[in-house]
Design a binder for this molecule. Sequence first.
Ligand code: P6P
Length: 343
Amino acid sequence: MSARSRVPVGTRLHRFLFEAERQYPQATGELSALLSQLGLAGKRIARLLSGAGLADQLGPSGAVNPQGEEQQKIDALANEIFLEAFSYGQMVPTVVTEEMELPARLPENETAGKYILFVDPLDGSSNLDVDGAVGSVFSIRRMMGKGPVLSQVDLLARVSQEQVVAGYFVYGPSTMLVYTAGPRAGVHGFTLDPGIGEFLLSHPDIRIPRRGRTWSANDGNLATWDEGPRRYVEALRRVDPARGRPYSLRYSGALVSDVHRILLKGGVFLYPSGTEMPGGKLRLLYEAAPLAAVVESAGGAATDGRRRILDVFPDANHQRTAFFAGSRDDVEELEAFLSGHAE
Ligand code: P6P
């Protein structure tokens, strides 16, 4: 029996991982250790967010992040929380984070650490001023270079190379952890019980519906999009009962929240390139790639419009990408528009 069938809803994350590792005699326990450190960061950020409005932690920090965007105070705090969570444990000597131009080095782990954490500590933080859902996105990959400093070998490797865990926290009415340890391991969702400070299994073995009824994108940018995605959305809007159309638009402006909805309910998320964002807006390494890993492990698809996101070889830590992800049939149809084979 797989671990999934062995542990019921409500099982603690630690027990779930214990049962999952029993399936693999060669398991080292490192995945459990990494997820435990990730879980600590998620819990601390959830607690931070719950009172941010009262502690004058909202609003701009006065700094600008590597993307040239105004950094929110809370972005900097969330970044520190991730760095602290991995500062020990001899696992992660290097962190590529949206909030820092260069990779952060964690000196205590430089003798033995062999994993790189790629993280967007707090995505969609501008939603916080209006108490909207936000998220953290992470991917952890095993180093191939000699380390501890991120080498070109690791930087230029395919984004899914040696990826041991990828996922996100979504901080909404509840706080959830959703992760995949690879296509064969499935996607599992855990909900934080703040009363005991534990993530409990709430969504075992998430499978994305093959087709949905919603599309998620910033409709205000439509006129600036490349032609393919624009014509696809126009098709989604047409009345076509046989195809369950028109689809409904659901867009919060926080990537994690929007993709989480698509993961559970089906449909398609689009952030295309266009005249305003020629290379797309979303970051490849710590936004698109981890979410693509989750969506694909749940049976969906994720592309940059030309190839699977997980097949992309990056050129730089903070590079951006066009991003389309969701139900397999919906993405397949979108790709026909992108390639000009559909009207
Ligand atoms: P727009 C938030 O700033 C973010 O990076 C993602 O969370 C979100 O999907 C996107 O940007 C929203 O961008 O152009 O619609 O405001």
